[in-house]
Design a binder for this molecule. Sequence first.
Ligand SMILES: Cc1cc2nc3c(=O)[nH]c(=O)nc-3n(C[C@H](O)[C@H](O)[C@H](O)COP(=O)(O)O)c2cc1C
Length: 174
Amino acid sequence: MSQDPNRPVSPVETAFRQAMRRFASTVTVITGGNAARRHGMTATAVTSLAMNPPSLLVCLNRETLLNDIMIDARHFCVNVLQAEQEDISAAFAGKFSAQERFGVGDWDHTETGLPFLRTAEVNIFCRKSAALPYGSHTILIGEVEDVRLNEGPGPLVYHDGRYCAPGAVGKDVT
Ligand SMILES: Cc1cc2nc3c(=O)[nH]c(=O)nc-3n(C[C@H](O)[C@H](O)[C@H](O)COP(=O)(O)O)c2cc1C
């Protein structure tokens, strides 16, 4: 991904970046496409949108290959990584080329050729229902068509620029 290194960075942008580091976010790999053209990339900008209809949104940088593929693709999958799957996160965040990425992890595909991670904490299969451009990103809205819940150690979490264990996940809060 290229970004103009000479682009001026405003003070609010710097502060916002620091603020976002304090969010603890679940790490996912978003996969899209079909048997002919498929891709996946690591993303934390994934949010539940509504239960009626069951839907979520994903924010993709417009310079990513997945964004390009999702212009035509009709389906995508949110693969929530398990706590020990840092290697998969790194591979799909640019450590490996598009061709090499699916060599890391236990991948399968749906009838339409959409890849999904068999050993993910959760797989959420979506039909693309809207794609809204905003600034540098595309907001992808997906209507949930199917969900695979797996037994796992809990999700991989990203906080303050690092991967960390789920920590308080699962503890009772009173
Ligand atoms: C923990 C983590 C979270 C990320 N979240 C997002 C995200 O939500 N949206 C996005 O566009 N890129 C995100 N990225 C960056 C992409 O994974 C990275 O730019 C990737 O290389 C883009 O895919 P491409 O190389 O296939 O174009 C994230 C990277 C990491 C390490």
